[in-house]
Design a binder for this molecule. Structure first.
Ligand code: CA
Length: 227
């Protein structure tokens, strides 16, 4: 699955974009200030970065420069009206496109798809974890069971990736909502139960001697893996 890192300090904008992008099957990560953006970029190796210019901490231009020094990852700048000159600087520094605020979310989705289409596939070093027949590629954001790729919605995928990053650790529903789905989440914690139920269904051919998603009553969930 392709992943988008949204770097935007305005919560409402970030939240709306995330909802739209998830609807069209992107895995979405959010950063709300400059430091967080650099850290998440390194950690998550997104397929594309949506980068606001005006940010607390490092601004969008500094972040763009940082990204360009280490990667060809496509970047779309979000600029306010009146930043026309800076916009040009953005192109010189290697932004792939820019979008002027206010924008409509459908337009952002269309631009992202266009930029991804014309960007060469980024070769990533893979970061693989294998639990018996279950193979998790944290950089390509893909999960296979006995060689067959499993299909998930962006939300379910992010939940399973998170649990797989912390095998044999228990998380409460609230922790999972907070750490995985983030502050854009406004559903009930029952949604975690439903997501786990769907994920378990995809793992039904994973031998229980190798691992399982375990419910710890009154505590939460963990991905238990056995040697
Ligand atoms: Ca901003």
């Amino acid at each position: 699955m392709q992943s988008i890192l949204i770097v935007e300090d305005e919560l409402v904008i970030s939240r709306v974009l995330k909802a739209y992008l998830e609807k069209v099957d992107f895995l979405v990560y959010q950063a709300f200030n400059g430091e967080e953006a650099l850290q998440k970029f390194d950690e998550l190796t997104p397929s594309l970065v949506l980068l606001d210019v005006m940010l607390p901490g490092y601004d969008g231009w500094e972040i763009l420069k940082y990204i360009r020094q280490k990667s060809a990852c496509p970047v779309i700048m979000l600029t306010a009206l009146g930043q026309i000159n800076k916009k040009l600087i953005g192109f010189h520094q290697g932004a792939d496109d820019y979008i002027t605020k206010p924008f409509i979310a459908e337009e952002v989705v269309a631009r992202i798809k266009a930029v991804l289409r014309r960007s060469p596939e980024i070769i990533r070093e893979h970061s693989l974890e294998t639990f018996g027949g279950l193979k998790i590629d944290f950089k390509a954001h893909s999960i296979t069971l006995h060689g067959i790729e499993l299909k998930y919605s962006p939300r379910d995928l992010s939940l399973l990736l998170f649990l797989a990053q912390h095998p044999n650790q228990t998380f409460t529903r609230d922790q999972l909502i907070d750490q995985v789905w983030g502050m854009d989440y406004d559903g009930s914690d029952r949604a975690v139960d439903l997501a786990v139920k769907r994920i378990r269904k995809t793992l039904k051919n994973w031998p229980s001697s190798e691992g399982e998603i375990k419910t710890l009553r009154g505590l939460g969930y963990q991905l238990s893996v056995y040697e």
